[in-house]
Write a protein that binds this ligand. Sequence first.
Ligand code: MLC
Ligand code: AMP
Length: 504
Amino acid sequence: MANPLYDTLFGRHRGRDTPFLHLPDGATLTHDAFLQMTARFAHQLTALGLAPGDRLALQVEKSPQALAIYAACAQAGVVFLPLNTGYTGDEVRYFVENSGAKLLICDGAKTTALTPVAKDSGAGIATLNADGSGSFADGAADKATSFDTVAREESDLAAFLYTSGTTGRSKGAMLTQTNLLSNAQTLAEHWRFTAEDVLLHALPIFHTHGLFVATNITLIAGGSMIFLPKFDLDQMIAQMPRATAMMGVPTFYTRLLSDDRFTADLTRDMRLFVSGSAPLLAETHVQFEKRTGHRILERYGMTETNMNTSNPYDGERRAGTVGFPLPGVELKITDPATGDTLPQGEIGQIEVRGPNVFKGYWKMPEKTAEELREDGFFITGDLGQIDEDGYVSIVGRNKDLIISGGYNIYPKEIEVLLDDQPGVLESAVIGVPHPDFGETVVGVLVPDGTSGPDLDAIAQQITEALARFKHPRKLVVLDELPRNTMGKVQKNILRDRFGDLFTG
Ligand code: MLC
Ligand code: AMP
């Protein structure tokens, strides 16, 4: 095949008059209409000087046009780098500079803030608004509706997704065509997706879950999506009867269950509910089955690996577990100190190997070597256990990470900022249980004995520097941080102390 990713996901739908995207206003975009738009966009990428292998950074609201930019990158051989719409200008600056992106496409409302960002790193800038208008779409409007697909190999890069790290610096996970395709093929088969499926899609499309799992699977199966700009409870309830499947983070499920309109009748035509990106409470699993008769299928994945494990389609979907390694994926539990495989039943670090595992972190060979072994096993940083039936459970994390509503937050990034504030000697950032987001962020500050700290001024600094979802929902002041004999901050003690701030 000339370009496996484009040909398999997109190209073969050319000429199909079948629905691809059902939009909230009642409009439908067919596969062919979507691919015509894709071709125009691919011409526009080329006209703006992007060559195969170049990176394109995209920070825009979810829309059919935003998705068509992903498809256009595949067709033109450009590496797609989607960014969370919540990121501040400073955060975007890092991604554009680090990736060497040649073009940044952003919402028109952000042009003033992001033009200097693009300029300083030598990138071009274009706009795409939530309604599909903007300079990028304008430029594409008179372009041809077919484009000579650029030849690519399966080992070529398809996308960069940035993932934060324990040092506070984000790392660009390089994903190849094989990484994306192999996983999409496996999942579509495993979860029995067909052209008849209508996926209720309310996830963002700048992360693995909404883009590579939900969208790629639908594309490979030839089905369609009810494409909502974001999770909105009223919309979810209104659209559910038209859908056959849904994928969501646990917050989607707790929010649905909190509404009396969400009934068994509403889910009558649904065949599959998938949860992932964060732990699903066993209680949510049980309540969901009680309410709807459906058992949620929980799976486990990561930016660097796409999906690793899944509960079975047929057979027992065991609450509190993430099921079995997917076909083609090897998973082992190892001793964090030695890397040796542990006996069945013991808790250790989860390592995975397979065609789904990424190629490494962009321009960070040392980081890559720390996490990706020479034999191909990737050290996930998650702690797990395999039961006697082979079900994998995630029992904790060997990395200092908070997952809030499915978004990953690395405490170090916030601590670095807090430590820098006037009146602060040092800080510790922890995750505590939250009824809606699963976990949320608390910042613990130790005063330096001068003035303050001024909590309002600090909150203002955080607002300017970091995306909203990373903001501590509470800042507390302590005389000192609990430390062990090695001098390491004992975050478990802080979590115990502040654990009921939002649930108590
Ligand atoms: C929004 N806010 C969040 C937040 N999402 N704060 C913390 N954590 C989050 N996840 C902010 C909003 O900006 C707002 O700020 C306030 O919190 C309340 O917003 P809301 O209206 O209640 O939130 P909403 O917009 O409805 O978003 C919640 C959500 C969304 C859960 C629907 O976050 C979401 O779609 N999450 C999915 C994330 C995802 O796709 N993860 C997959 C990663 S891939 P203010 O200013 O109003 O207070 C991966 C691999 C794998 O992990 O295995 O899948
Ligand atoms: P990300 O880096 O955003 O891709 O997030 C990946 C992390 O999300 C994993 O390393 C896990 O810690 C977590 N995760 C994903 N799916 C699950 C799940 N089903 N249960 C618990 N944690 C999960």
